[in-house]
Design a protein around this ligand. Structure first.
Ligand SMILES: Cc1cc2nc3c(=O)[nH]c(=O)nc-3n(C[C@H](O)[C@H](O)[C@H](O)COP(=O)(O)OP(=O)(O)OC[C@H]3O[C@@H](n4cnc5c(N)ncnc54)[C@H](O)[C@@H]3O)c2cc1C
Length: 732
């Protein structure tokens, strides 16, 4: 066998954070192969565990109890996480096509994307029914339904379309929740009417005793059962195939399964239902580098129902076979079990067991189900970061100086792939305007802390533009500098392309030309830009213009240093990182414009020195003091908690060199926040007090919803006095 460090790095890409893929992440993380890089492409960063969904709907579990946080799992297992939706495979070029961004290269790819509701299977269902898949959007819409049902004149007639285990369990759970909440709100729970339409047979596939038990449970719960098919769904009723009208105010849909439409464009063999046909080794029957598992796959010769239990069981053989394929070793077949034990809850802490001819029921079975489900979730939650092996390189006697460039082709190729033409000259020629405008120039550079090179490129580009916006300028062009860790040539070229593609997506939106750049090898992926812009000199914003009485406005929440410090330790929640990255990938141009329109006297962007560090620069330059209202400072979600737990950036001690600017003693957590270094941070500006409120209103109207007045400038020695009130305001 070839020793790991002597082999090329193989890119194994997982599409979809389904039940089998979370196991692959854990297995690869626990036994890392330095020559295999694992990437997960996930549309949703919090992946629901369907076994606990009915319990959550019934109010027995919190939202976090039933979700696996893919951000934390990816960090802990050293999986590269790409938050994007796959929309196709280019199998000739071996790339996964993504919605709205550059494709991702693979050597071996695995699909575990689950199913989608069957499109147009029932006329009107798409408009009027609440489909349970995908579960993420179902939960949001179910919460909205709950809110409407809590009103005295809200929906009362609830119908479920689908009489399988999922539909029955979910309807009983919905019933429990809506009735409980009605009781709490002082409404009559008996006013609700629940209907189940089974499509012809209740719990098909389960034995007679199980069907009878659920018939009894549904009867006791007062659920009306129609053993018919739904012909059409309307805003106020279902029409059954015998013409019966079933009045309903809200319909839920748990029927059938359809594959994602893009499977049809892949050229992969599909079964008659459109699911990916796979061999017992879980490989596509016509492409050995494509694997598929879970609901989206169909095993030729061993078809099984679409159930999470099969996706879970496929995890270990999938992990083994992906690794074997990456290493060029033999694969082993997987034989799914013929039947499985189903523990189906009754919407309460009570369950009915079904397997073959077996039927049992008791509260004890619900507790067993709970233990099994919790044990599954525990494998993927709060796990400690696993050690990362060093990546192998093609040659460890690598040259420095200009010989450490990433070869001549990758940069030119990346720019050509992005712009349609490779740069031909040694330097960019930029026409300079002949009017009164002056150049503004800036440069920024830092190493990757995100893991997704495309998003890193976007953040780095936005960060670099911020200095120009802070001056009230208009960025014009940028030059890139990128270092990529040495490795397989095609891998470094692809990473370089991803970084520049992300940056260019940001520059294109801003009308900024990416005029060229330089790339080299470095220990880590790092990227920066020299940005040149123009500014009308008499409109330029400087740090020195603050006037006594000016309101201090901050346009973006604080806390990126704390969040990503926690993220490195797999302790930041996916939704916190997602929300912060959304802001960090958003331009400050509109913020700058609103500040200029409201007579801003001074501005700076909040970056590495933290809020106090940059405020101190303004105060020193302007010869002013300031009072800061700590409670008004907007924070990213999660930052207060993480700061209280002691998470802080490694740069914090350096930033605290400015602590002397603050009068009095700060609590540690607040100190970590106010001195937290920001990447792609907001603008901090002085605005005349009489225009500050309308400035904030204009910022909010422009979508800069966290902008806030955080203090005021005052005559005096450059110092910051803190007005401490109640807890910090945290962005949601
Ligand atoms: C109400 C209900 C209760 C159920 N209870 C049970 C039960 O108790 N036991 C059981 O065995 N089964 C149960 N099931 C069935 C179960 O939900 C599925 O069989 C199971 O979720 C399939 O797992 P999977 O890994 O194939 O896909 P999923 O769990 O659906 O995961 C797919 C993942 O892929 C992501 N994704 C989708 N498309 C893309 C894309 N284009 N790009 C990137 N990412 C993408 C999604 O965000 C998701 O995270 C239940 C189903 C329902 C509706």
């Amino acid at each position: 066998m070839v020793h790991a460090t002597e082999r090329k790095v193989v890119d194994v890409v997982l599409v979809g954070g389904g039940h089998a893929h979370v196991h692959v992440m854990r297995a690869f993380g626990m036994q890392p192969d330095p020559a295999v890089r694992l990437t997960l492409i996930a549309r949703d960063l919090e992946t629901p565990y369907s076994g606990m969904l009915p319990g959550h709907v019934a109010g027995l579990y919190d939202r976090d109890d039933i979700h696996i946080d893919l951000q934390q799992l990816a960090r802990a297992t050293n999986t590269r996480l790409i938050h994007a939706e796959a929309v196709g495979l280019d199998r000739a070029a071996k790339r996964v096509l993504l919605q709205g961004r550059a494709p991702i290269a693979y050597d071996v790819v695995s699909l575990d994307t689950g199913i989608v509701p069957p499109a147009d299977a029932i006329p009107g269902a798409a408009e009027h029914a609440l489909a349970v898949k995908p579960i993420g959007s179902f939960l949001a819409r179910f919460d909205a339904l709950r809110a409407r049902c809590a009103a005295p004149d809200g929906p009362r007639r609830i119908a479920m379309i689908g009489g399988g285990a999922g539909g029955v369990e979910l309807l009983l759970s919905v019933r429990t929740r809506l009735r409980d909440e009605a009781r709490i709100a002082g409404l009559d729970p008996e006013a609700f009417a629940f209907t189940l339409v089974t499509g012809g047979s209740l719990l098909a596939g389960h034995n007679r005793a199980v069907r009878a038990a659920f018939g009894r449970v549904l009867g006791d719960a007062g659920v009306t059962v129609h053993d018919r098919r739904v012909a059409s769904v309307h805003a106020d009723r279902l029409t059954l195939d015998d013409g019966t009208a079933v009045p309903c105010d809200a319909a839920l849909l748990v029927t059938g399964a359809a594959p994602p439409a893009w499977f049809r464009t892949t050229g992969l063999d599909l079964d008659t239902g459109g699911f990916i046909a796979v061999t017992p080794t879980l490989q596509s029957t016509n492409d050995a580098d494509v694997f598929a598992v879970g609901d989206c796959a169909s095993m030729t010769g061993s078809p099984r129902e679409k159930a999470g239990v099969f996706a879970v069981r496929q995890g270990p053989p999938l992990a083994r076979n992906l690794l074997a394929r990456a290493r060029g070793e033999d694969l082993s077949p997987y034989r799914p079990q013929a039947s499985h034990l189903a523990l189906i809850s009754t919407g309460t802490r009570y369950a009915i067991a079904s397997r073959g001819a077996l039927k049992l029921e008791s509260a004890w079975l619900w507790r067993l189900k709970d233990v099994i489900d919790q044990r599954f979730m525990a494998m993927y939650r709060d796990i400690q970061p696993m050690p990362m092996p060093p990546m192998p390189v093609d040659d460890d006697m690598r040259c420095g100086g200009c010989a450490a460039k990433v070869g001549p082709a990758p940069l030119a190729n990346a720019l050509e792939r992005l712009s349609g033409a490779a740069p031909r000259e040694d330097a960019a020629i930029i026409p300079v305007p002949s009017d009164r405008r002056s150049l503004v120039q800036t440069v920024d550079f830092f190493r990757d802390f995100i893991g997704d090179p495309f998003v890193f490129g976007q953040v780095a580009a936005n960060h670099a533009l911020n200095d120009v916006f802070a001056m009230g300028g208009t960025p014009h062009h940028a030059l890139a500098i990128v270092t990529v860790p040495p490795g397989r040539a095609s891998g470094t070229a692809e990473t370089l392309f991803q970084v520049l593609a992300g940056a260019k997506s940001c520059f294109d939106t801003e009308g900024v030309q990416l005029a060229g750049g330089h790339s080299g090898e470095g220990a880590q992926l790092a990227c920066g830009f020299s940005v040149t812009g123009f500014v009308e000199v008499d409109r330029a914003l400087r740090k020195s213009g603050l006037q006594a009485g000016d309101a201090l406005i901050l346009t973006r929440p604080l806390g990126t240093g704390i969040l990503f410090a926690a993220d490195m330790r797999a302790r930041a929640r996916a939704r916190w990182i997602e929300a912060a990255l959304t802001e960090m990938c958003t331009s400050n141009r509109a913020a700058m414009q609103a500040l200029l329109d409201h007579g801003a006297t001074a501005a700076t962007d909040v970056s590495g020195f933290g809020l106090i560090g940059h405020l101190a620069e303004m105060l020193s330059a302007s010869g002013m003091a300031a009072t800061l209202d700590a409670a008004a400072v907007p924070l990213y979600a999660g930052v207060s908690d993480l700061a209280a737990q002691g998470f802080a950036s490694t740069l914090l001690p350096d930033n605290l060199a400015n602590e002397g600017f603050v009068a009095g003693v700060l609590p540690d957590a607040l100190k970590a926040i106010l001195f937290d270094p920001q990447t792609a941070g907001g603008l901090l500006a002085g605005v005349p007090a009489d225009r500050a409120e309308s400035c904030v209103a204009a910022l909010h109207a422009a979508g800069i919803v966290h902008a806030a007045i955080i203090g005021r400038a005052e005559a005096g020695m450059p110092r910051v006095r803190l007005a401490l009130r109640q807890a910090q305001h945290e962005a949601v």
